[in-house]
Design a protein around this ligand. Structure first.
Ligand code: SF4
Length: 147
């Protein structure tokens, strides 16, 4: 069975923007080998950090240079998000991951639905930057169960 790339915060790593984890080890991927990875930390952002959202599109538009990732003070963190996404893809390939299970709604890890850039809790259809890059390179992404 191929290993599965998993958002590190779903696997007990306290790497969320608020310094917390979301789930514990073993809660995702049903006993298969798990490769925990946090794109935002890998991209060079600290923990804790300001919350960030994609403004003007979703992760695909960030990859295409048509949207940016900003934190809630307006600081542009697009480069860190892009760097983290490419490092996630490299880690997935290195480990031979056939798929990924990622954190819902995150501007990096979200799949299908992300926050809309208004920092109001509103959502829009789309993928996070890492989820978009993995999908583009043939690594299917599934959002973890609702958290
Ligand atoms: Fe979790 Fe992904 Fe955010 Fe890292 S970037 S804290 S793995 S949702």
């Amino acid at each position: 069975m191929e290993p599965v790339l998993v958002s590190a915060c779903l696997h007990g790593v306290p790497c969320r923007y608020d310094g917390r984890a979301t789930g514990g080890p073993g809660e995702v991927a049903d006993g298969g080998r798990v490769v925990p990875f946090c794109p935002e930390v890998a991209g060079g952002l600290p923990t804790p950090r300001r919350p960030a959202e994609i403004v003007g599109g979703d992760g695909h538009e960030v990859l295409d240079g048509r949207a940016r990732v900003l934190d809630d003070r307006g600081t542009d963190v697009t480069e860190e998000f892009l760097r983290g996404a490419h490092r996630a893809l490299a880690a997935a390939r290195r480990a031979g991951c056939g798929s990924a299970v990622l954190m819902p709604r995150s501007p990096s890890c979200g799949r299908g639905v992300v926050y809309d850039g208004s920092f109001s809790g509103a959502r829009r259809t789309g993928d996070g930057v890492t989820a978009a890059l993995l999908e583009r390179h043939g690594i299917p992404v599934r959002p973890a169960d609702p958290t």
